[in-house]
Design a protein around this ligand. Structure first.
Ligand code: LLP
Length: 859
């Protein structure tokens, strides 16, 4: 027999979302088969199912109070559900781990505390169970797979200058021929756990948050692998967070240093700790998306595609607290800084950015490194107060320009700095490694500035060796159903027919509304769905939504009456009433009608207690952090008028008790038109926390807000991922039902506004095309700068050749429906179509200028 060649190893790491669904596991099997077909040997490292590590942490917290059963039950259910989806029996290893979790929880309840060693052991269960499921599935698919316990090959090593920690262990990354020889003997795919390792005495230790990436890097380095592939839910690293800035561009190639800096500055794709082992062995790292394996992703190596000075990404980190220390004598005092920093050390707080002047030192505390609660910050301030005058500033955001040799390009950023004109900049810092330039500003300005800076400095760059396509262009196919946003192309003739004899009309396709309702009903984690009537109260739409089985959320008596008129037989149990700053009489009326009422202010309980005696009510909570497509639609945080703030949670329980009301549900709607899956899960977590003081709470209503793509190619909200994330929450909190009340998601894409061209004119460089209705029908562009696709429906087949500003007949310069739209040459009488106008279009129309808004028709 000829001597076999030494095997080439590739290590593939899959994250929590990647291993949580059958669809992804089918993709993983296909990826592994493709690597085998290339003659490579594969070693897979993967994480726990998404949400399970958090559930295990809560399990330990609750176990101390003897109350871990529901958490354990949730974790059991989650693994059983995935096993069923994968078509396999629950592997015995999973059963053993689950039984042990039950025993450990009992032990914690007895002792009343959790040692670090036990904590590490409990956390490790997540990975041990997930990999047992993964190996069983791959074997069942005929892909021979050997499950290897990570504790047999990854041993923690002490690091000089660091205390050994079983919760944040470090390991060696030197090439390991013995490990190569051992793995070479094992058949098929090697599958092992991320995040966990053995201590020197053999006990279980973990690598800290994001540890699975680091495990993958250790394994690649030890096997001298050809490369490490990190498979996650985005197709690479981007020039900004693509969920917030859809024009963010794919970074095709990066140097280790740059990737590390971008990862450290808040991008969640990679854990920064994983870079070092790879860089030491010069092993390239490739980032891919599990749900879109065909995309080339990002490659991180010692030889990136470019080497000059340049800006590559803009990152934002929120939740930053600044500590500003003033001391007039500072300049002359030897050792002031040493004394001050000693105080931070005593409080176990790590300092991130620092800026100093003659009389002031300001530092930032990074929430990732510091578990900050207000008590700890107050204790720090008190001790620092002995040395100097102290001021705490926050919440802030740090906004970093990242790239190489940033100093060399500062002069080119002139125009960008003008964007900071209206901002308070608390701190500026230029990193010693010259890889970043950072500003600290008020948190609520952060997202807006990132988007503006990104458009100015990065988006505008053309063809480039490093900057690839934008997130929108890549348009990774999302699990779940994408809205049918351009149904109108196929129904052009009908639409033009409907406009015969009219100047303007809204048209809604009911089939799209039904399709959206069905898509929402695929959310197994959500017990009840309500349609937020405010998005569009057209009676036929309401009937269509009721027929699909949804209930209704109303915010005024008018909305309730509209639903009742459209659906006279509707059961009252299918109506929610969620007023805000409404007069007392409305509450009396709603309670009299038997509507499920949500109050969002302690005032009503305290001032009108008689109304609420023996009533079962919901309470809207301000979770503290808003989300949404525009500042005006973010409905949490101090800038918004909604909800009971978290610091009034105990008063809430008292006020309700005094009024004799039973709080049976909590509600949060943090904002409208966003795609941040974590936002709904975070809201659920916050509500669950508040519910600890309110034993009767059974329902958490997470509001609406589900975003809908507006631009062609923009990715849809990943409903399957939302479901998986909420499923993780439910598994951990089975005592609560989750409700949602989306508006936009059901109707936005179903509706279009049609308007006839009235006049054309050129002025300066601009060409205007006027249409018969404007901001009186659709105010969203004027109010929020919202972008709606506009086409010339009459000339749909003609080549767009002319840039137009599309305006209405209203006497304001703000009456613009779209700027710089490329359309075929337009003529008087043509019909323009303004897309994605089904939500908050007709519903917000007015009679301004005494011009009737466009009537609503349905198809
Ligand atoms: N629940 C509550 C308590 C709400 O206030 C809202 C919307 C929703 C649910 C539904 O949110 P959705 O799923 O539609 O995002 N006029 C703005 C949107 C304002 C939304 C107000 N509240 C726009 O045109 O974008």
């Amino acid at each position: 027999m000829p001597e076999t060649q030494p095997a080439h190893w590739v290590v593939l790491k899959f994250g929590g979302t990647s291993v949580s669904s059958r669809a992804n596991w089918d993709r993983i099997a296909a990826i592994l088969r493709a690597r085998c077909a290339e003659g490579l040997r594969t070693a897979v490292v993967h994480s726990a199912l998404s949400g399970i590590t958090d559930a295990l942490i809560r399990l330990m917290d609750r176990a101390q109070a003897g109350d871990a059963e529901t958490e354990v039950a949730g974790i059991v259910a989650r693994h059983r559900e995935l096993a069923a989806a994968l078509g396999i029996d629950l592997p015995p290893e999973v059963g053993q781990q689950l039984a042990e979790l039950g025993r450990v929880a009992g032990g914690i309840a007895l002792i009343g505390e959790v040692s670090d060693a036990v904590r590490a052991r409990v956390l490790a269960a997540g990975e041990l169970m997930a990999t047992a499921l993964g190996a069983a599935f791959l074997n069942a698919q005929g892909l021979v797979t050997t499950l290897v316990d990570a504790r047999s090959w990854l041993i923690a090593q002490p690091v000089r200058g660091q205390r050994p920690s079983v919760l944040s262990a470090s390991c060696g990354s030197d090439p390991d021929p013995a490990l190569v020889a051992r793995f070479a003997q094992l058949p098929g795919v090697i599958l092992t756990q991320g995040f966990i390792a053995a201590g020197e005495g053999g006990q279980t230790v973990v690598l800290g948050r994001g540890g699975s990436d680091t495990s993958g890097a250790y394994l690649a380095a030890r096997l001298s692998a050809l490369r490490l592939e990190i498979w996650t839910d985005v197709p690479g690293m981007f020039s900004a967070n693509p969920r917030a800035v859809p024009t963010a561009r794919l970074l095709k190639s990066l140097h280790y240093d740059e990737a590390q800096e971008i990862a450290t500055s808040g991008a969640k794709v990679l854990h920064p700790r994983c870079i070092m082992p790879l860089r030491q062995q010069r092993i390239p790292l490739q980032v891919y998306a599990t749900q879109a394996p065909e995309h080339p992703g990002t490659i991180v190596s010692a030889e990136p595609a470019d080497s000059g000075a340049r800006l590559k990404a803009i990152a934002i980190r929120k939740g930053i607290t600044l500590v500003s220390m003033d001391s007039p004598g500072m300049w002359h005092e030897v050792g002031f800084l040493a004394d001050a920093f000693a105080v931070f050390r005593q409080h176990g707080m790590s300092v991130d950015l620092v800026s100093t002047s003659e009389t002031n030192v300001t530092v930032s505390l990074d929430p990732q490194a510091n578990a900050l609660d207000s008590g700890e910050v107050a204790a720090l301030v008190e001790d620092l107060g002995r040395l100097c005058r102290v001021r705490v500033i926050g919440p802030c955001a740090s906004l970093s320009l990242l790239g190489r040799d940033i100093r060399a390009i500062i002069h080119r950023l002139g125009e960008a700095f003008e964007l900071f004109e209206e901002q308070r900049i608390y701190l500026v810092s230029q990193a010693a490694n010259d890889l970043n330039f950072t500003f600290v500003i008020d948190e609520d300005q952060g997202d807006r500035l990132v988007a503006l800076l990104h458009d100015l400095l990065i988006q505008a760059i053309g063809n480039d060796p490093v900057l690839g396509p934008t997130w929108e262009q890549i348009n990774v196919p999302q699990a779940g159903v994408a809205p049918r946003s351009d149904w109108w192309r196929a129904r052009r003739a009908e639409l033009l027919g409907l406009l015969d004899g009219r100047d303007a009309a809204y048209v809604c396709e009911l089939a799209t509304v039904s399709a959206q309702a069905r898509a929402l009903q695929s959310l197994g984690s959500v017990s009840r769905l309500f349609y937020a009537v405010k998005a569009n109260a057209q009676p036929e739409i309401l009937r269509c939504i009721a027929a699909a089985g949804l209930s209704f959320e109303c915010v005024s008596p008018g909305e309730v009456l509209r639903v009742r008129q459209a659906l006279p037989d509707l059961d009252t149990g299918r109506l929610l009433f969620t007023p805000n700053f409404a007069p007392r009489a409305e509450y009396e009326w709603a309670l009299g009608q038997g509507l499920q009422l949500t109050v969002d202010n302690l005032y009503v309980l305290r001032e009108w207690p008689g109304l609420f005696r023996d009533r079962a009510i919901f309470v809207r909570i301000d979770t503290g952090r808003g989300h949404g497509h525009h500042q005006k639609v973010r409905t949490a945080g101090t800038q918004s008028k909604f909800g009971v703030p978290l610091d009034e949670a105990t008063e809430l329980a008292e006020a309700a008790a005094e009024a004799g009301a039973r709080i049976v549900g909590l509600h949060a709607h943090t904002g409208s038109g966003h795609f941040e899956i974590g936002a709904w899960v975070d809201a659920a977590e916050v509500l669950a926390n508040v519910a600890r003081h309110l034993p009767e709470v059974r329902v958490l209503n997470l509001g609406g807000g589900l975003g809908v793509p507006e631009r062609p190619g923009q990715a849809a909200l990943d409903l399957a991922a939302l479901d998986a994330a909420l499923g993780g929450f439910r598994a951990a909190h089975p005592q609560f039902e989750l409700w949602l009340e989306p508006g936009r998601y059901l109707v936005a894409a179903a509706g279009v506004l049609l308007a006839r061209v009235t006049q054309l004119k050129g002025k300066g460089e601009l060409r205007y095309v006027g249409v018969a209705t404007g901001m009186n029908s659709l105010i969203r562009p004027a109010l929020y700068g919202a972008w709606h696709e506009i086409v010339n429906l009459t000339r749909l087949a003609e080549t767009p050749a002319q840039l137009y500003t599309v305006v209405g007949p209203i006497c304001e310069s703000g009456d613009v429906l779209g700027h710089d739209r490329l359309l075929p040459p337009c003529r008087e009488g043509d019909v323009l179509l303004i897309a994605t106008a089904g939500a908050y279009g007709a519903a917000m129309a007015s009679h301004y200028n005494l011009r009737e808004p466009a009537p609503q028709l349905v198809l």
